[in-house]
Design a binder for this molecule. Structure first.
Ligand code: OSB
Ligand code: MG
Length: 383
């Protein structure tokens, strides 16, 4: 007997298409990883890949393959039959390996942080449930509610933009983020600022500009933005430093930050003054916590990004966002910003905040009927 995994593929329609500079989607391809223990308890993790490699090199079919063919087999020595209290990293009943040992084992394989994060989180959920400990307590959360912002995709028109932002403002979101790209930026900002002169506002370009756009990006300064997120390609740290030297608005990196070391490099080099932390992008919640700790030490504000997660990923993100260094509102929106029906009980906005789950592990489970209805495939992977 050992821990086995079920890789669930789901399709959930989005309430409206979500368009960014790297593409558009109207259905979320979701992968949920379920780690099932000997005693029949399940731990859950969400793989936040998109269907195509537009945001980063990872994509859903590839993530499923690497989990099945490489990541789960790599964990066999930690999970396999016959292990017991003498096995390093396991606990006295010999069930679920300690989070650090899972991270270390997965680190043998290069890249694939989103796939790694899903597996690590499923095992972490199980490990925490065995200890009756919540993810928030484990990570060091200092709040029981988090401030929520919302990320607004590129719509068809300014009229549609104002209508959509208007709904979010009415619902109480504490910060608005506009997706931008060349041709959809200044006019959109001007329109939103004309309606809401005071609302905390920021933009995300998902790498759509180039170093030569510095003179254009300077024009963003007049809109009193909290930050400009990832204007240039992921690997262009020098470009971000150059942009920072001419644009007054703070530059925030998302795609460029892949680890504690890359975060420290970007900070020390002067390429960023704010960091968006996404557990999927950095290979799990332990790395996400470590980047948070580094940023606190270096006085770099952080906030929690999102990848259109279902309630499974959202629950865990909210626990992370409750750590003390997360001083800006996250892209941790309510379930109904994305889905008519979530796979878990919905997260509901309350005065612009979401409540940090307090139950053991990530604190939520998929609702069986919803999972069944949304499922397109499931694959059992035994170690
Ligand atoms: O760059 O932050 C991003 C969604 C998918 C992929 C990348 C990004 C986003 C978002 C939406 O901005 C965040 C969310 O609401 O989950
Ligand atoms: Mg982003």
């Amino acid at each position: 007997m050992s821990i086995s995994f079920i890789i669930h593929s789901l399709e959930i329609p989005l309430v409206r298409p979500f368009r960014t500079s790297f593409g558009s989607q109207s259905v979320r391809d979701v992968v949920l990883v379920e780690a099932v223990s000997d005693s029949g308890v399940s731990g859950w993790g969400e793989c936040v890949t998109m269907a195509w490699p537009g945001y980063s090199a990872e994509y859903t079919r590839g993530a499923i393959n690497v989990m099945r063919d490489f990541l789960i087999p790599t964990l066999a020595p930690l999970l396999g039959a016959g292990r017991g209290s003498s096995v390093k990293g396991s606990i006295s009943d010999g069930s679920t390996p300690a989070p650090d040992s899972v991270r270390a084992a997965l680190a043998i394989m290069q890249g694939n942080p989103m796939a790694k994060s899903a597996i690590e989180t499923a095992l972490l959920d199980l490990w925490l449930k065995e200890r009756n400990l919540s993810l928030g307590e484990f990570l060091g959360a200092s709040r029981d509610r988090v401030d929520c912002g919302v990320s607004v995709g590129i719509p068809d028109s300014i009229t549609d933009l104002i209508a959509e932002v208007g709904q979010y403002v009415e619902q109480g979101y504490r910060r608005i983020k506009l997706k931008v790209e060349p041709g959809w930026d200044l006019e959109a900002l001007r329109a939103v600022r004309a309606e809401w002169p005071e609302i905390p506002l920021q933009v995300d370009a998902n790498q759509a500009y180039r170093r030569s756009d510095a003179d254009h990006l300077v024009k963003f300064d007049e809109f009193d933005l909290l930050l400009i997120e990832q204007p240039l390609p992921e690997d262009d740290l020098l470009g971000h430093k150059l942009i920072s030297s001419v644009v007054a608005t703070p530059i925030c990196l998302d795609e460029s930050i892949l680890s504690v070391d890359s975060a420290e490099s970007a900070i020390e080099f002067g390429a960023t003054t704010i960091i968006n932390i996404k557990p999927g992008r950095v290979g799990g919640f332990l790395n996400a916590r470590d980047i948070h700790d580094l940023c606190v030490e270096k006085n770099i504000p952080v906030w929690c990004g999102g990848m259109l997660e279902t309630g499974v990923g959202r629950a865990a993100n909210i626990a992370l966002a409750a750590l003390p260094g997360f001083i800006l509102p996250g892209d941790t929106s309510a379930s109904n910003r994305y889905y008519k029906e979530d796979v878990t009980e919905p997260f509901v906005l309350d005065h612009g905040q979401l409540r940090v789950p307090t139950g053991p592990g990530i604190g939520v489970e998929p609702i069986a009927a919803n999972l069944a209805e949304m499922s397109t495939a499931s694959e059992l992977v035994e170690v």
